[in-house]
Design a protein around this ligand. Sequence first.
Ligand SMILES: [Fe+2]
Ligand SMILES: [Fe+2]
Length: 326
Amino acid sequence: MISKEEALGLIRRTTKYSHALLTSLMMRRLAEMFGEDEERWEIVGLLHDLDYDQVKDEDMTKHGIVAAEALKRKLTEDQLYAIRSHDYRSGFKPKSCLDKALIISDSLAVLIEEVKAQNLEDIETAITRISAKRTWLRKNLGMCDEIGINIDQLLKISRETLNLYFGNRYLALLLGERGFVSSVLIRNEAGRILVFESLDGFAALPGGSSEFGETPEGTAIRESLEETGLRINIERAVAFYNLIVFNKDGTEKCTFSHYLFLASTTDTNPQPNAEWKNSKVECRRITLSDLRHYKNVWPPTEVVRNKVSEGNLDLGEMGELEYHMQ
Ligand SMILES: [Fe+2]
Ligand SMILES: [Fe+2]
């Protein structure tokens, strides 16, 4: 079967890329709800409009059919059928739960894009207002009944999808082809946080770059485990910002989105991995206010580090910040 990365590669160059991402996020949630294979459903969401640019000016009765033909060896028959039947103009009738879930996700995605919805209220209003005027939309969303989803569940899925879409910058990150970095203040039961301290007065927090499709929380949890052996519970997002990193000579090194989390752990014995297990670095437990004593703490900027050391753990979105290497 085709991988998610491959599916993204196929849809990336089309005008339907962001629509496909939104639809796929919704498909994933629906699959979870129905106990189906999330990745298989997600891939259907990603690829359902693969032929759109090709057929839109010619013959929309071929929409979905051309895509299914092109994907014949990459998808299973049920996935192909869902793609063929997602637009009524193809003449294929939706039959399975997967077929109907795609139609619902597709319609919701269209709705969200049309009203540029950013929160649940926007979606609720759009569902009542727009679908009153457009029969096809009303009919498509009406399929919820057929697969046993009520309006509350539909709104819940929409809200979760929007959270992923905007809250986590999922879309921006995927579109921008760049990942993000999550770092964690891992607090133990004694209220001390863990840092990797270098002999020359610098410190770094556990954390690292996202892997494909990960949420910032997911990255934080995985990286903490990999680097420290600690299993953590995320308590909150402390800060989020775009970081521009400058080299010592003032040239720009890189930019990325940075998420700083506060997490707790009941594990007592950190086991630094190879990356941190060397003679120049020590894994230490410090208080939040100790953070200010380092020359630099990677990757929070000085502003963030100072606020955190004062106990301010609710910084929220901070726009664009700079980090200067020393
Ligand atoms: Fe379509
Ligand atoms: Fe679509």
